[in-house]
Design a protein around this ligand. Sequence first.
Ligand SMILES: *Cc1c(COP(=O)(O)O)cnc(C)c1O
Length: 441
Amino acid sequence: MTLPQPADPDPDADPAARRDLVLREAVRRRLLDPEDALLAAFVDLDGVAASVAGLRAAFPASLDVLHTFAAKANCLVPLLARLRELGMGCEVASPGEFAQALAAGFEPSRIVLDSPAKTRRELVRALELGVAVNIDNWQELARVDELLRAGASASRIGVRVNPQVGGGSIGAMSTATATSKFGIALADEGNAERLVEAFRERPWLTWIHVHVGSQGCPLDLMAAGVAQAVAFAERVNGELGRRQVVGIDLGGGLPVNFADDTTAPTFAGYVERLRAHAPELFGGGYRLATEFGRSLLAKNGFTAAYVEYTKTSGGRRIAVTHAGAQVATRTVFMPDAWPLRITAHHPSGAAKGGAVVPQDVAGPCCFAGDLVATGRPLPLLEPGDLVALLDTGAYYATTHFQYNSLPEPAVHGFAVDAAGAVHFEPLRRAQDVEELLRPVG
Ligand SMILES: *Cc1c(COP(=O)(O)O)cnc(C)c1O
């Protein structure tokens, strides 16, 4: 009788084994190299497809929902194109993101423009192309009035309201506080009445947009904000005696668990809270749009960097690596709000085992605070090892901070086939020094 062989860890079931496999392959194919590719980011394209499927499945199929991806979370054109193929639309918030969404092939009617500081030119282009526009404030409303007098538009146009339901645990991520810079503050004296009149005078104003915040906002706070927006839509339609508001754009903001490999909360869990707070959303009377970013990408990416040196200083063990504030800006500047898991790997990419010791993991930037972790228990790092910063598929390597003229690293998409073979595809090549020497004239 032959005993069953112990199975290899199944990379599909075991995210750590999957990352390990990808890192080993990346080293073997020199996508990571101790001289030429000191730092690189990786995006799990199978994982992204699964996350999109989870989002779509969370909403009842009977509803008309446009799921858009918030481009700022990962703005690489090939990735946006992949999301388009998966059936997503695209939410953009700057002229650059707008151009990236068009380059990725999104139909204008599946793009939502939310720039907080839309220029006249940006608005003209959106209205000409038929891109959906969410107006942020009274002055922007007057500007759109003026542009529409010059010519009609196929764009569906909404107003962003601030439901002023309060903030979450990260102030900078909370967009529905009493004094937030975003949207028209619904509870401010006179604003709700004035906005009802604005709808009455403008039959083309047909959507309400709300985005309560991002990382750190509890689901019930987000759902309460959406409920305020829906209640306002009902009020407009009631006072006008016609169903002028036809759509609610719920924004994004589902928080991500950075503590382990579990995806929590889930899209389904959020939809359940939305049902509890705003049942009218599910009655079929409104079209819906969503704008999720971090929750679709964060856990589907990691960033890998070489350890260049190790040292001790005043009793602190420090590993000097090539990943710091340039790719982990929020973690470095707000370490308590944005802690990242870090794993240690041999030069081959294989996970490092052994006893753990507290170590500081530093980046390459010339300032003392350039640390992605302090006192972190990790297997002892040595020069030539690799570290991986986990859950960095959104807002990390693709929102690069240009400090010390450190170049943007390459970003590689990957997929693992049924036979366990890893397939890489370039999403962004590394910036080279020549590009930093761009001539002035
Ligand atoms: C940033 C942003 C989003 C996406 O937020 P996530 O936390 O990444 O889901 C969606 N809508 C608007 C208006 C935003 O500013």
